[in-house]
Design a protein around this ligand. Structure first.
Ligand code: GAL
Length: 506
């Protein structure tokens, strides 16, 4: 029997996501260092428990009291039975409020432009999403990140769109985005300020949610900078994010409009995969991504231990894509995109689309990969079945788990990652994956070459996978395996005949 080591703490790369963004020599972003003097009206949000409606109570008669006790007993019995037999995992239930069942696909301004944004940049991204055919394959959101606002709220307490960068106003912008058949996203922060020290939403949650909806936005990314003092907030991370979640739900109820999609961004520091699905549809799991293989590999490593947390209406967010940025090679870019898609992360393009190469565009538009991300029947992520270079469950940001599989509506998905710096053959036995049936053979579809690669019996070898490259396969059941395909059990441990004779190797 194989023994499993418990997951060790992933090495935590403390990115400076909680610091003000300091630009590099090459980009000409401004450095913001002084605190704004915004008016911050201290309107207290309604923190009453939700979902309870007032009702008029009458004194019960003896008969209704008896009936009440009976119903109470019945309810207790049923709930005890359902606890005993329920197969629900002991995790927070998803907020199924009708939006973002599947990972959100779209664009975000941060990785390409940081603070150098304006309405032209945003509209250009939207137009290119359409003209490059990205909208056609499902990228429908255009999301504005930090730095769109004035430093101060208005006299009446509202966030104000920056007059120089967004002179036509946010309604005009979202109207144009919507007229292209796309949706629009905006950004704020759960603290006093955003990470670039623009107004945050703390104590203004209801007001800001309403403003974002009035501006025409469909989606809100919510950051974790500028945390209020403990003696003011008297909440942990869960309570801090619940404030905006409540505001969004209240607004949906009062306005009759769909709730804003809520994308939590607290960098995975307080295990959001355990609680954030109560409040929103995605949660960042790591610090900020950078456009290099080390960052991509380390994010895959950290997410390999929590891939189970993604499902419909709630997704691990592995951060904005770096496809087209920095010094990622073609194969590294393919691996990056494949892992994000098959692990059901939101896929937000983060590059300047006016200069994107055909090769990178083709990666983003791989419809066979996108079909797994957007599978309407199976919402779960691929998960590792063998770590490979490391013993199972060992955290290693340079050599994350290599052998992954998962369910999909059309068959079993396999993802193989060569984390080595040179090409390697990658071999696996089919039944190492829990989703494969013993004694069956499988047709093999390659989701990158778009070819059918014969039938796999018992095992599969991907030959010469490039350095930092990926193989993505869809295996479909193709009936019973041919007779005499190998030992009586592909998995030899405890293999035994009906009369009790152990098979060779058992
Ligand atoms: C970080 C966040 C980035 C970006 C940035 C804006 O906290 O992780 O994705 O939103 O703030 O200042």
């Amino acid at each position: 029997m194989m023994s499993y080591l418990p997951p060790s703490d992933p090495p935590h790369s403390k990115e400076d996501h909680h610091k003000v963004y300091v630009p590099s020599e090459q980009d000409h972003h401004k450095v913001y260092s002084s605190l704004p003097h915004g008016s911050l009206p201290a309107a207290q949000p309604d923190l009453r428990p939700r979902g309870h409606h007032g009702s008029t109570l009458r004194a019960p008669t003896a008969r209704t009291a008896l009936m009440g006790s009976f119903l109470f007993l019945l309810a207790s019995l049923l709930s005890a039975l359902s606890l005993r037999f329920s197969h629900e995992p002991p995790v927070a239930q998803a907020l199924e409020d009708g939006v973002a069942k599947l990972p959100v696909l779209g664009y975000n301004t941060w990785n390409a432009y940081h603070c150098d944004i304006n309405e032209t940049v945003v509209l250009q991204a939207a137009k290119l999403m359409v003209s490059l055919g990205l909208a056609d394959v499902g990228y429908t959101h255009v999301n504005i990140d930090d730095c769109y606002a004035e430093k101060n709220r208005s006299a009446s307490g509202d966030i104000v769109a920056n007059a120089e960068r967004f002179p036509s106003g946010m309604n005009n912008l979202t109207d144009q985005i919507h007229s292209m058949g796309l949706k629009a996203g905006i950004y704020s922060d759960s603290g006093w300020f955003t990470c670039q020290l623009y107004p945050g939403s703390f104590q203004n949650e209801a007001r800001d949610a309403k403003l974002f909806q009035d501006w025409g936005f469909d989606y809100l990314k919510f950051d974790n900078c500028a945390v209020p003092y403990d003696d003011i907030i008297r909440e942990g991370i869960v309570g801090k994010y619940q404030r905006m979640a409540n505001a969004i739900a209240d607004l949906a109820k009062s306005s009759g409009k769909p709730p804003l999609i809520f994308s939590l961004c607290e960098w995975g520091e307080e295990q959001p995969w355990l609680w954030a699905r109560r409040f929103g549809q995605s949660w960042r799991t790591t610090g900020d991504i950078s456009p290099d293989w080390g960052s991509v590999a380390s994010i895959i490593n950290q997410n390999s231990f929590i891939a189970w947390a993604s499902d419909f209406y709630g997704h691990n967010d592995m951060d904005i894509l770096e496809v087209g940025n920095g010094d990622l090679s073609f194969d590294e870019t393919k691996t990056h995109f494949t892992a994000w898609a098959l692990m059901k992360s939101p896929l937000l393009i983060g590059t300047d689309l006016s200069t994107i190469s055909d090769a990178n565009l083709a990666i983003l538009k791989n419809e066979e990969i996108l079909a797994i991300s957007q599978d309407p029947v199976v919402g779960t992520s691929v998960t590792p079945f063998r770590w490979g270079i490391n013993p199972d469950w060992v955290s290693n940001s340079t050599h994350p788990a290599q052998y992954w599989s998962g369910e999909s509506q059309n068959g079993t998905v396999f993802m193989l990652i060569n984390t080595l710096d040179e090409p390697a053959d990658m071999f696996f036995n089919l039944t190492e994956s829990p989703w494969i049936r013993a004694g069956r053979q499988y047709s093999v579809r390659d989701l990158w070459t778009h070819t059918d690669n014969g039938t796999a019996v018992r095992n599969f070898t991907a030959a010469a996978v490039p350095a930092h490259g990926v193989v993505a396969l869809l295996l479909k059941d193709a009936g019973d395996e041919p007779p005499n395909s190998g030992p009586p059990c592909a998995r030899p441990e405890w293999c035994i005949s009906q009369n009790g004779t152990l098979a060779p190797g058992a």
